[in-house]
Structures are given as C-alpha cells and as structure tokens.
Write a protein that binds this ligand. Structure first.
Ligand code: F6R
Length: 609
C-alpha cells in the first residue's frame, strides 16, 4: 500500500503535492518523492525516510511548476532506499511514474527490457512502466499508456506524466484505489479523498479498469480499451478527520474492512500464470533444500503467534513435517534444539518485535536458515532473515492487529502448499482446487462484513459483562485465542480462550448465569463434541453465541445466538472466523467508550524486552 497524488492547475504543484502526501502518509512512509514539470523538463526529487525528509530536501532546492505527481511509499519490491523511492523515470528521464500496487509479471518484462538495452536503477516493479512507456511511445501520452497496460499484469493505481506531452496526467486504476478531484481550472488525482479535501469536495471515484486523462481544464474517463465513460460527481460531506479513516470511525474498523483487498494482494504475484500452482518467487532456498526440512519452528509474539498456531495445523496437514510454534520471549531463552534440517519461520507484522528479532538472531547464529513473514519490507526482521514473505496488508495503524493476522494466514497457506507441492506430497489438482478456494476468500469476507450490524448488537449486549469465554477445537481453538486477545486488549473485558474439551478441568467453575461464551464450530469432524461443550456451558447458565457454517441447521437448537459464515474448505475457516471476532471486539470496545485504536498500556511495535 502506497499513497499517490497528482496535480494540474495554476497553483504551485509542490505545495499541493506535499499537502496531499501528508494526508496519505498513513498508507506508507518509508520514502517519498515528487516529480514536477519545470522549464520544459520533468524534475524528480525523492528520498528514503518520512515525508519530512522530502520536505527538508525541497526546502533547500524547491521545484517550481504547475503540473506534478507525488508518492509516499510502503515498500513491496525492493527495500526502502533513495533509488527505490518513486517517482520512477525511464532511461532518458523524461517520464515520471508513481504506483500503488504490485506488477505481477514485472520480472519477465524487466528481463526483456534489459535485453533490449534498458538500464534499471531500482529494484522496484514500478520502474518497468517507465521503460515500457519509452518502448511503446506513440507521440501521445494517453495512447501510449493504453498500449503499455496491455502488457502489464497485476494490481495498480498509477499516475504518469511526461515532458514529451506536457500539461497532462494519466491516472489508472486496477485493484488499487484512486479518486479524481475536480476544481476550477485545476484537477487532481489521489489514492484517497483526504489528500483532496483542502482543495475540493467534488470527486470522481475511479472503478476497476478505468483510466483518466487529466488536464487543468478537463478530466476525461475511459475504460482500458479507450471507450469514453460517463461518471457521476460524488460530493464529499465527511469532515477531514473522518476522511482520513476512509469514513470509518476508527482505523481498526477501516483495517478490518481492508481485509478482502489485503488477502487478494498477498496472493498476488505468488501463483503461476494459470493460478494453479504456488510459485513464491521470494524463496531462494538452494536446490534440493525444500526436501531437507524435517522440522519447522514457528516463532512469534501475540497475534502473530496465533497466526503461527494455524500455520502449524495447515503445514502439518499438507506436508506432514512436524511443526512447533513457540512464543518468541520463551524461545530466545530456552536453548531450542536446532539441526541443519530445521527451518525457522519468524512471523512479525512490524518486523521490529525485540523478542522475535532475538529468536531470529539466535537461530542464525546456530547456522539455521530463517524465513520471515512480515508486513514491513525494510524492517530488521526482513533485513536479517534469509528469505522473506511480505504480507501485503499495507501499514497497520490501529494497535490491535487485524489485517496483518489475516495476511499472515494467507502467507502460511501459500507456504504450506508450496512445501507440499515441491516435496511431491500434494497432487496438482488438490493445489489448484485449494488455490481456487483461496481466491474466493475476499468475496466471502465481504459477505461476513455484511453482518456487522448484527455483530454490533451482540457486542453491545456482551459488553456489560466483565468476562467472556471463547471456545473451539482444532483450528477453531487457535482462532479462539486470537478472538480472546482482541477482545481483552481493546474492550478491557477479561476474556479467555479454551480448547472446548478442557473447560471441565477447571475453568467451568467460572461459568455463571448469563456469562457470554463464544463457541466456534467449524471443525466438522469434531462437530458433535463441540455441541456437547455448548450444552455443558448452557447447563451452567452461559449465554452462547455460536459461529458455524451456513447451512448448519442443528446448532440453533443448542446456542442462544448463531452467526453463520459462508462455507469454504475446512482448512480456510480461520480466515473467515476471525473477522466476526474482530468486529465483536471492536464494537464491545466502542460500546464501553474506549480508545479503540490506542488501547491503554499497549504500543504498536514492541521494540524492547
Ligand atoms: C495484538 C497485537 C500484538 C502483536 C505482537 C507482535 O493485536 O498486535 O499482540 O501481534 O506485539 O507484534 P509483531 O507482529 O509486530 O511482531
């Protein structure tokens, strides 16, 4: 996730772009840059670091012009660096391109362009666009961009300008957000509405596969075959603070709603062209290594640890490699048994958690290969691990982790399938079917988001209690742990997760009349046992919310309330199950008037022991 902004008009473009980027920093902040058309040339100023670094650079050497584009980056391809910062130019430096998204086939295109003599200066996928523009130049920017897009596969929002055809911006949207701002004698484009609010409240929301030609006098929209489109102007009525959260009341809710997109992005670029195999191009194990792992240690903290528990279940089931999941703060002090055949996987949203980093370092000191799953490309964990799978969730601002967890699960599913496929354990058809089901997840997540009002009412009822219990068996238990953590950290209600069969060994004593129990019931093989556990707590007066598959007609006879989630393959249930639990925690926290995004005593990144 990155932020892009563009301007054509009569104002000083540098000021407009910097103010827009300031509103988009929540989308990424590891580097920033702008390009401005100045005295017949496209001039670029960019630097690694937050926007403040770019501002001080421009204070010393300002750019002056009326047309420009800008970018604030959240690295996906290539570490945060001056070279990888956007905008990107081609060999002759007369184009400027800013991009949010992932170009899936960039490596093939880059190889071809290099053979044709193009010189690349960055490690980004974006730079290929600038070189393709040079290759396909028609004498006119808009027509050239249409030609280039025919070659490009993936997700992108782009803003493009060139000194060869000045006074114009071309903006494109495919699977990454982009809006156009309409002014008097000036027009804008941006990844998100807050960047525009200082200038206009009249916007065009670009839809999938749309392209716009923007000048100071007009905005024309087309589909990707160049057919003109009629678009309706949307009047923004939100205030600036609400707009920064995309109209949501809190970042947490916004991030919960971003999960369908985040899941799609995290899969993108990691499958074969026909979508039937996992390719994971970022894994660079030496030849034959994939066969050698005979034990996997997953090490993480908090929510990332909970993702690891689901990872264990899926890796063991798809590969039969034994997996241990360990809490990083314990692992680092317990002299783990590591051999040349152990693969250590560290999971960390921030990539900076001190305990997880220490576990990584200990493993590396012992000569073990470490694979990191992280959301931050330039983080310490990403830099020090041997291999890195980046979760393309985009920056997570709310302290309570939501979209990072879901994308960690996606990364773990892809890894499990990859291991199973490369070790010859999984048939081609099984992998293709599994991936097909994974591609359906964003749609299913959207369906569950539709139940938000029902979940809000339930959360309100539950929020008057000082306790809650989350029950599950198998992977339902792993998700119950995450549900309980979310609940306690933002609602401040005491919440415990239990393997449903374990309650009777002590905790059942805490179940009293009316206490909320959230029972997860998606493991078909253990269905009857889970229902018995529901009856067990019901008999002690608990008020039970069961979450089960759509079509389960029996569960309503045992539970007080039932939330149905759409059917998917059993292994993927955690991705769907966690969403109502996140919403339950969110609405309970709101009902209690808490500071949802900044819960007491907690920090987003725990860089100390
Ligand atoms: C809970 C939460 C924390 C983090 C934990 C690890 O919502 O966010 O439990 O999961 O502090 O952080 P990372 O994943 O950054 O290593």
């Amino acid at each position: 996730m990155c932020g892009i902004v563009g301007y054509v008009g009569s104002k000083n473009a540098q000021d407009v772009l910097l103010s827009g980027l300031a509103k988009l920093e929540y989308r990424g902040y590891d580097s920033a840059g702008i390009a401005i058309y100045e005295n017949g040339e496209v001039k670029i100023s960019k630097t690694v670091g937050r926007l403040a670094a770019l501002e001080s650079m421009l204070a010393d050497s300002p750019l002056s012009g009326k047309v420009g584009i800008g970018h604030t980056r959240w690295a996906t391809h290539g570490k945060p660096s001056d070279e990888n910062a956007h905008p990107h130019a081609g060999c002759a430096s007369d184009f400027a391109v800013v991009h949010n998204g992932i170009i899936e086939n960039y490596q093939q295109l880059k190889d071809r362009l290099m053979v044709a003599g193009h010189r690349f200066v960055s490690e980004t996928d974006t730079e290929i666009i600038a070189h393709l523009l040079e290759e396909h130049w028609t004498g006119e920017l808009f027509a050239t961009v249409l030609k280039v897009l025919k070659e490009v596969r993936g997700a992108y929002a782009l803003a493009i300008m060139t000194q060869r055809d000045p006074g114009k911006l071309v903006a494109v949207r495919k699977h990454s957000p982009l809006v156009i701002g309409l002014g008097q004698g000036e027009n804008f484009c941006a990844s998100d509405i807050p960047a525009l609010l200082g200038y206009t409240r009249d916007v065009l929301i670009m839809e999938e596969g749309e392209i716009a030609l923007i000048t100071d006098a007009a905005v024309e929209c087309f589909d990707l075959s160049g057919r003109p489109l009629e678009k309706k102007v949307f009047q923004v009525t939100w205030d600036a603070v609400a707009a920064e959260k995309g109209g949501f009341d809190h970042y947490m809710l916004k991030e919960i709603h971003e999960q369908p997109r985040a899941v799609r992005d995290t899969m993108s670029g990691r499958l074969s062209e026909d979508g039937k195999r996992v390719t994971l191009p970022e894994i660079k194990w030496p030849d034959g290594f994939v066969q050698t792992w005979d034990r996997i240690h997953i090490v993480a903290a908090g929510t990332s640890y909970h993702a690891g528990l689901v990872g264990k279940a899926v890796i063991e089931s798809l590969t039969r490699i034994p997996v241990d999941v360990e809490i990083a703060s314990e692992y680092r002090y317990r002299d783990p048994i590591l051999t040349a055949h152990t693969l250590v996987i560290v999971i960390s949203q921030s990539g900076e958690t001190a305990d997880t980093l220490a576990a990584l370092r200990i493993s590396k000191e012992r000569g073990v290969r470490v694979l990191a799953i992280t959301n931050v490309v330039g983080s310490s964990v990403a830099r020090e691990a041997d291999d890195v799978i980046v979760t393309w969730a985009g920056p997570e601002i709310s302290v309570a982790s939501t979209k990072a967890y879901t994308t960690q699960l996606i990364a773990l599913y892809l890894l499990a399938l990859y291991l199973g496929q490369e070790r010859g354990r999984l048939g081609a058809e099984f992998v293709a079917d599994f991936l097909e089901d994974m591609r359906e997840l964003p749609k299913r997540l959207e369906e569950i988001l539709g139940s938000s009002p029902w979940i809000e009412r339930t959360a309100k009822d539950f929020s008057v209690w000082e306790d809650a219990f989350f029950l599950g068996r198998g992977t339902d238990y792993a998700v119950a742990l995450e549900g309980a953590l979310k609940y306690k950290e933002i609602s401040y209600i005491h919440a415990e997760a239990y393997p449903a069969g374990e309650l009777k060994h002590g905790t059942l004593a805490l179940v009293v009349e009316g206490v909320p129990v959230i029972a997860l019931v998606t493991v078909d093989a253990l269905y009857e046992k889970s229902v018995s556990n529901i009856k067990e707590v019901k008999a002690r007066g608990a008020h039970v919310l069961a979450i089960s598959w759509a079509g389960d007609e029996e569960i309503g006879k045992s539970a007080d309330r039932v939330l149905y989630i759409p059917r998917t393959r059993a292994e993927l249930a955690p991705v769907l199950l966690v969403l109502p639990l996140q919403l339950l925690a969110y609405y309970a926290s709101v009902a209690r008037g808490n500071d949802v995004d900044k819960p007491r005593n907690l920090a987003k990144s725990v860089t100390v022991e």
